[in-house]
Design a protein around this ligand. Structure first.
Ligand code: DGL
Length: 280
């Protein structure tokens, strides 16, 4: 978790807002891998999930574009009355996390970063592979994370692999296609030698089984979904911001582009029936 997130954690009480929903953002459906953990640890919360499907993938967008777009989207979450916003997208966090925390200092914003720090503790052979979008791999934030890790564990090698094209295939529901298999074969080949694989894009947990098949059983595959969900809950609890309602929370689903058949595809990703509403 970044320092700025921890600073936000020390902020004011959220008691007055505790019945408000939690906003969850991703460029597409990948963030549902994080939402599943959020939902599991906070079943009484209401969630508003927003996918910027008109613009997925973010991996090939500029940092300036992502900042401008996220400014618009976070304002929209605030207009929906959200008490916190989870950027369930490594790419958006890397590009716009710092900008958004400066722009919205009173909002508890949770970001994702590739789980390199836990991987340092897990590796036995000293080689870690980190799979993410080109935007995340090339970001200054990721470079800072690698530098910090190199200071604490200088002997550990991190193979940073930009998986161009992978997130959009998963988002389009083509995780099992021959083209996706070919991409995975290429990227896991580049990861050979690592005994820990970090999934640094929230879309990739949806192909974790395929990655395991290609890398072999001895490899540990980790992502940030579970720790981020626990962290979000801990902070809301510490700030009296957890919803105390007895019934299960509701979920609202929004997307910036909706096509025929999307509701069925979303249902496969999140495990429940969804009605997708238009974000504009
Ligand atoms: N799911 C996003 C991430 O975690 C990005 C996918 C994309 O839009 O390129 O990085």
């Amino acid at each position: 978790m970044s320092q700025s997130t921890l600073r936000a954690a020390n902020g004011a009480s959220l008691d007055a807002q505790r019945t408000a929903p939690i906003g969850v953002f991703d460029s597409g459906l990948g963030g549902l891998s994080v939402w599943r953990h959020l939902r599991a640890v906070m079943p009484h919360e209401d969630f508003i999930y927003m996918a910027d499907t008109a613009n997925v993938p973010y991996g090939d967008k500029t940092e300036a574009w992502i900042c401008k777009r996220l400014n618009h989207i976070v304002n929209w979450f605030l207009a929906q009355g959200c008490k916190t916003v989870v950027l369930a997208c490594n790419t958006a966090t890397a590009a716009a996390g710092t900008y958004l925390r400066e722009r919205f200092p009173d909002l508890f914003i949770v970001g994702l970063e590739p789980a390199i720090k836990p991987a340092l503790q897990l590796t036995q052979n000293g080689t870690i592979a980190m799979l993410a979008t080109a935007r995340t791999v090339g970001s200054a934030k990721y470079a800072r994370l690698l530098n910090a890790c190199a200071q604490t564990k200088p002997d550990i090698k991190v193979l940073s692999i930009a998986c161009v094209g992978l997130a959009e295939k998963i988002d389009a529901g083509q995780a099992e296609s021959a083209a996706t298999q070919a991409l995975l074969a290429t990227y896991t080949q580049m990861a050979q030698g690592a005994d820990v694989v970090v999934l640094g894009c929230t879309h990739y947990p949806f192909v974790a089984q395929q990655i395991r098949g290609l890398m072999g059983k001895g490899v540990q595959i980790i992502d940030s979904g579970a720790p981020v969900a626990r962290y979000t809950k801990d902070v809301l609890q510490a700030r009296s911001g957890l919803n105390q309602q007895a019934k299960l929370g509701r979920n609202a689903w929004f997307a910036s582009a909706i096509a025929h058949g999307d509701a069925q595809r979303w249902a496969l990703f999140c495990g429940e029936n969804v009605e997708i509403l238009a974000f504009n």
